[in-house]
Design a binder for this molecule. Structure first.
Ligand code: NAP
Length: 521
């Protein structure tokens, strides 16, 4: 039997009971390690984090906690090679795709260290300015933000075991709130290893960071009124979590990042072969292939003016034909595996479902896999679909296929395009491609109503934009409606989730003596 990874709870490394659940190499099918959370003393784990970890973190200033994050980012860099090895083995990702997760996570951690340093010695934050409540101006109201006195529980998705940990843990720890992370079982190894390395630095107070690998059974039952819960995963699980009796009874603050039918929109004034169209084509192909399309932000719907429907189909298909799929250990491979054979079956089923309302215009499965056995590997080739009548189709706006799959659709005019985009019922991101600043700004303003992020690509930023699906810590990550209604990142805005806001009503001298710093973003 392979090694059973330990959990870090109440400051101790504890093995779960039983033989555990195996984690696999999605290319070879080989078993790698096992995880189990059975039999853990969860009430003790939560109490230890809340009381010991929380008190120690709150005894530090924002500046001290920022320095701690900076130290962690530096120390974890030394283990990058081990992280890449785990990612290749357990996530089946190419080096570039592993980098998005690992280096993206470390970059985000470092970024919060830099932003947090600016908060210096403060131990609470001001939200806005004070306002007078009485005519003489002496009695005032000041909104104050203080770290919540609970635990931040993270239940994460399988696709970003490294970034998913740090993009949440960095703002939580900077806020002074201890973290318990439960990674998705399929890829828990990398999260567990990073937690182990972070704790081994000695920079974190005891109880500041814990990890539970395996089943989530019993975790939600531990939540108390001042705890917060951040979930990333499917809309189905999100619904269970939102309505969990403990969450409801204790009004536990919940952040949800869920499914999303993100769109890319080529503006109506684009012409065949224009730079805007080339940028659009390049981005659709990139988004389909990065992490084999297993990105919550990936482009699922690509909208083009009806006159360019055929040209866009051909241009995207031509680029997809150049993608090599297979074992990421072979350097010629551009796209590795899905995370598991289960996901592979899910993607195949999703394509079949979408086929009821679309045509297949590119099917990469006619090409052989590189160094991978199609009967074993979770490698799947890209599929481009075309939906000729997107007004009368519902599946393309509703079904998220979590793999290298996107659907092209034609539109008549901008109003039509915007109404089709909105059929996604709230997404994480929409990207827009054109070269007229005024019309791009107008479209961005319209799209802002149903997206957490609007990514505008014009020739001026063709070489420098950060990518449709790439989540930068500077910008908000989340989206309304189907996307879960959550908000993460966005610079220091992320700290608000881990703080309690109270209005302090007092004489001016008391307000001034609060000694807090304004939370500027
Ligand atoms: P999932 O099945 O919902 O699992 C997500 C997490 O929830 C895992 O850690 C899972 O643990 C846990 N879980 C499962 N059932 C649970 C329950 N009843 N109570 C508490 N926790 C439970 O989602 P997934 O299939 O791993 O992830 C893919 C989905 O995540 C995609 O739909 C994608 O769009 C979405 N996603 C969104 C974002 C975003 O930022 N918006 C980012 C990445 C992914 P186990 O692994 O142990 O089952």
């Amino acid at each position: 039997m392979t090694e059973l990874l330990k959990n870090l709870v109440h400051g101790e490394w504890v093995a779960g009971q039983g033989t555990g659940t195996p984690l696999f190499d999605p290319v070879t099918g080989q078993e790698l390690v096992r995880v189990s959370s059975q039999g853990l003393d969860l009430p003790r784990a939560f109490a230890f984090a809340r009381e010991r970890g929380g008190a120690a973190l709150r005894a530090m200033s924002y500046g001290q906690r920022a320095a701690m994050l900076g130290g962690l980012a530096k120390a974890l860099q030394a283990h990058r090679e081990a992280y890449y090895e785990i990612a290749t083995a357990n996530s089946g990702t190419t080096k570039a795709d592993s980098g998005i997760d690992i280096d993206g996570g470390l970059y985000t951690l470092g970024q919060y260290a830099r932003w947090g340093a600016a908060l210096g010695d403060a131990r609470a934050l001001l939200d806005g300015a004070s306002v007078p409540l009485a005519k003489d101006g002496v009695f005032q109201s000041q909104h104050l933000l203080v770290p919540t006195r609970g635990v931040a529980l993270f239940i994460n998705a399988f696709n970003f075991p490294a970034w998913g940990l740090w993009e949440k843990a960095a703002p939580a720890l900077l806020s002074g709130v201890p973290v318990i992370v439960k990674p998705a079982t399929a890829t828990a190894w990398l999260t567990q290893r990073m937690v182990a390395d972070a704790v081994a630095t000695g920079l974190l107070p005891e109880g500041a960071l814990s990890v539970v690998c395996g089943s989530s059974a019993g975790l939600l039952e531990q939540l108390q009124p001042f705890d917060v819960l951040s979930f990333t995963g499917s809309a189905q699980t999100a619904a269970l979590i939102r309505s969990h009796p403990q969450v409801v009874a204790n009004s536990v603050r919940v952040n949800i990042e869920a499914d999303s039918l993100n769109a890319a929109l080529l503006m109506p004034d684009a012409t065949a072969g224009s730079e805007a169209m080339q940028l659009f084509v390049r981005e659709v192909v990139r988004e389909m292939s990065i992490k084999s399309g297993q990105k919550c932000t990936a482009i699922r719907r690509a909208l083009v003016p009806a006159a360019l429907y055929e040209a866009a189909t051909q241009a995207i298909a031509a680029k997809l034909a150049g993608l090599t799929v297979g074992d990421p250990r072979n350097e010629s491979v551009r796209m590795g595996a899905l995370v598991s054979r289960e996901q592979f079956e899910g993607v195949r089923a999703g394509i079949e479902e979408l086929k009821a309302q679309t045509r297949v215009v590119f099917d990469g499965s006619t090409q052989p896999l590189v160094d991978a056995d199609p009967a074993v590997a979770a490698c799947i080739a890209p599929t481009l679909l075309a939906c000729d009548d997107p007004d009368h189709a519902d599946l393309v706006h509703r079904v998220e296929v979590f793999g290298p799959v996107a659907t092209l659709m034609p539109y008549r005019d901008l109003a039509h395009a915007l109404s089709l985009v909105a059929r996604g019922e709230g997404s994480l991101v929409c990207s827009v491609y054109g070269d007229n600043a005024a019309s791009l700004a107008q479209a961005a303003t319209e799209l802002a109503a149903c997206h957490g992020r609007v990514h505008v690509v014009s020739p001026a930023v063709g070489a420098t934009h950060t990518g449709h699906g790439n989540v930068m810590p500077h910008s908000l990550h989340g989206g309304p409606g189907r996307a879960g209604g959550g908000e993460e990142l966005g610079g220091l805005r992320a700290l608000a989730f881990y703080h309690r806001r109270a209005a302090v009503q007092a004489e001016a001298a008391v307000v001034q003596a609060l000694g807090a710093l304004p939370l500027s973003h």
